[in-house]
Design a protein around this ligand. Structure first.
Ligand SMILES: NC(=O)c1ccc[n+]([C@@H]2O[C@H](COP(=O)([O-])OP(=O)(O)OC[C@H]3O[C@@H](n4cnc5c(N)ncnc54)[C@H](OP(=O)(O)O)[C@@H]3O)[C@@H](O)[C@H]2O)c1
Length: 404
């Protein structure tokens, strides 16, 4: 598979990475990881594939409950497939799921031969089909697939799946990281901009968590569709760089949570919207808490607030006047549920975004790649997961699997 140059495999390179999570040796920030062309797949003489999975048997903090488990996958038969994962992100919801703070809980089973029933962590990712059973009709070796449903367990080197579990994507011109991160964040941004209020070219929207994966996708999709955006981020030492980064993606205005809380913020917004004559009908809420309450004050009467995240872990408190006198509408959006209810629309949305990525009209979000090879130690993987709980990160953590 033509995905990179050859690097020698060095078992010590991974084990030496066991140290502070923040240490840059652990992560490669947006570097196109070199990948092995020489393939030494973990397949036995009898066709069994050796696999490793990060799994858990009880809920808790990832560092306490995750473990790396080795198991074998029998040769694919009937409508079964053997998959090799290429890239799987570490999304906030994956962590919440392990902590039992997420509404969907995986079934703990003994399928992988663990001492206690367990579930493989991770919900998003892209895998390559490496073998197919004789009754498989729609897929062949070499195809790239996404998971049709959340809860599949994507933090693993290989998996057995049924043909009906996966969705084939056109891999031409797409990197594993683009494919592995397409189905949650960009889809969420896409649907929230389209499905709650009929924004037209020139319309405004506001959002917080603007530097998140979803926020960056919303900025870029909005720009493509002619929308204008006011974007809120948390203050930080390198704020000017972040502002510039988001403006380069297409953000019209970038402000901090502290600026939103200032009493003059609504007046600044009026200056940007021709004295308030241009309405702001949509707000995307990733964060919650007081800055979000303040943000709703710049929405026009009848505007819509779509909450999709709660990164501050603070509730959204509202004055009754927002509902009674200003007729604001409050919604929640959950992409997993949307995908279950709109499976065909989901396929179209994923295809549309992949095409935007392929043609380069939307830029990749910053990611921190963690290379996962056969020799990668459990502690390194667990540390990578735990570290995503910290804020002010250089990008989303993504496991990138070595082909060996
Ligand atoms: N409902 C859905 O369907 C759906 C879909 C996708 C994502 N989400 C949710 O959306 C949120 C963002 O996900 P993502 O994958 O886009 O995130 P991400 O790329 O991993 O980025 C995390 C974002 O959260 C911010 N953040 C972290 N801690 C914060 C805090 N205490 N207060 C305010 N902001 C904080 C970060 O800002 P800093 O740089 O300032 O740390 C960053 O902007 C998560 O809550 C996730 O579960 C929901």
């Amino acid at each position: 598979m033509p995905i990179g140059r050859i690097i020698p495999r060095s078992p010590s390179s991974t084990s030496s990475s066991i140290c502070s999570f923040c240490e840059r040796r652990l992560w490669r920030q947006n570097a196109a990881l070199p990948r092995l062309q020489h393939q030494r797949r973990q397949i036995s003489a009898y066709g069994y594939t050796q696999a490793k999975a990060l799994l858990y048997s009880k809920y808790g903090e990832p560092k306490d409950v995750l473990s790396l488990h080795t198991h074998s996958i029998s040769p694919a038969h009937s409508t079964r497939l053997t998959l090799r994962f290429l890239a799987s992100p570490i999304n906030p919801a994956d962590i919440n799921q392990i902590q039992a703070l997420y509404p969907v809980r995986p079934s703990f089973t003994s399928i992988l031969g663990t001492a206690q029933p367990s579930a493989v962590a991770g919900n998003e990712g892209v895998a390559e089909v490496i073998s197919v059973g004789s009754s498989v009709k729609t897929l062949q070796k070499g195809d790239w697939v996404l998971m049709k449903h959340s809860g599949f367990g994507t933090w693993r080197t290989h998996a057995e799946a049924d043909e009906s579990d996966v969705l084939r994507i056109e891999k031409h011109g797409i990197t594993p990281i683009q494919a592995g991160t397409v189905s949650i964040n960009p889809c969420t941004a896409h649907r929230m901009l389209k499905d709650f209020y009929p924004l037209q070219p020139g319309s405004w929207f506001v959002q917080n968590g603007a530097n998140s994966g979803v926020g960056r996708a919303a900025i870029q999709l909005g720009k493509l569709w002619g929308l204008r955006s006011i974007n809120v981020v948390r203050d930080r030492p390198a704020l000017a760089e972040l502002k510039k980064e988001l403006q380069d993606l297409g953000a019209d205005h970038v402000v901090t949570e502290d600026e939103v809380l200032e009493s003059r913020f609504p007046d600044r917004v009026k200056e940007w919207t021709r004295g308030g004559r241009e309405s702001i009908m949509l707000a995307l809420n990733c964060v919650g808490g007081k800055p979000t309450t303040a943000l709703t004050k710049v929405l026009s009467p009848g505007g819509h607030v779509v909450t999709y995240g709660a990164m501050s872990k603070k509730p959204l408190q509202l004055p009754a006047s927002a509902l009674i006198f200003r007729d604001l509408h409050f919604h929640g959006f959950w992409v997993s549920q949307w995908a279950e209810k709109h499976s065909e629309e989901r396929v179209r949305t994923v295809g549309e975004i992949l095409e935007m990525m392929r043609s380069g009209v939307i830029a990749d979000v910053p990611v921190m790649e963690l290379e996962w090879g056969w020799e990668t130690k459990e502690a390194v993987l667990k540390e990578a997961v735990q570290g995503t709980l910290e804020g002010f990160r250089g990008g989303k953590g993504v496991f990138v699997f070595k082909d060996e």
